[in-house]
Each structure stands twice: as C-alpha cells, then as structure tokens.
Design a protein around this ligand. Structure first.
Ligand code: 5GP
Ligand code: ZN
Length: 112
C-alpha cells in the first residue's frame, strides 16, 4: 500500500532490524522499543487491522502467532506478551496489522 511503512519494510524500501522472513510473514525490531525485547510480527499482505481479517486470512493469523512462538524460543525468552492494538482508540498508530512481541521486563496486568 502507498506510504505504509510496514509494506515498505517488507519490500526492502525502508531499513529495519529484521529477525525473521518467510513468504508471508516478516518480523523486525520495533524502532521505539517498550521492553528489552520488542519485535513486530507482520503479515506481508497489507491488512489494516484485525477488523480487516477475512475468512481467507485465518491461516495467516495463525502463522503470525506461530512465528511469535518460534522467535521467542529462538531468543530464549522466558515469558512474553503478544499484543494487537486494533483501532486508534486502542493505541494503533500504524494501520498495517502487526503483533507486538514484548519481553525482558515485568509486564503488569491490566495493561495501560
Ligand atoms: P501500534 O501503535 O500501531 O500498535 O504499533 C506501531 C509500532 O510500530 C510502534 O511501536 C512504533 O514504534 C513502531 N514503528 C512505527 N514506525 C516504524 C518503523 O518505521 N520501523 C519500525 N521498526 N518500527 C516502527
Ligand atoms: Zn502495509
């Protein structure tokens, strides 16, 4: 999509610290990390948010979670949190669906 930073990262047009790449999923470190480990897991396909997910995307959504699990295992994370902000009111600021993988510090509940 035009002017979408995550589409640009997926296309290699914007630099990022990439930790995983497969034909349909890319993962890279967040530019403003909120925890010692803060990785974004992103479908290559431009989906705006969870609200944009259709039946045909259900497998892809599962792959995002499985990718998060594989990254957590590869990095030896002892506990982690996956977050998908959906909509501006929930804190979404980049409108290309992504899963935050957060780890390396105490994560409080309820989240802010
Ligand atoms: P959201 O607020 O939409 O849930 O999360 C967007 C995240 O993307 C934020 O944590 C923000 O720091 C990160 N981000 C925004 N632009 C870029 C970028 O160009 N590169 C990287 N690596 N992260 C970005
Ligand atoms: Zn995009």
């Amino acid at each position: 999509m035009n002017n979408c930073p995550f589409c640009k990262i997926a296309a290699g047009e914007l630099p990022a610290a990439i930790v995983h790449r497969s034909p349909d999923v890319i993962a890279f470190r967040d530019i403003h990390p909120q925890a010692p480990t803060h990785i974004l897991i992103v479908p290559i396909k431009h989906l705006v948010s969870v609200d944009d997910v259709q039946a045909e995307d259900v497998q892809l959504m599962g792959r995002l979670i499985a990718t998060a699990k594989d990254i957590a295992r590869d990095l030896g994370l002892r506990g982690y949190r996956l977050v998908i902000n959906t909509g501006r009111e929930a804190g979404q600021s980049v409108f290309h669906l992504h899963v935050h993988l957060l780890s390396g510090r105490a994560l409080h509940w309820p989240p802010g």
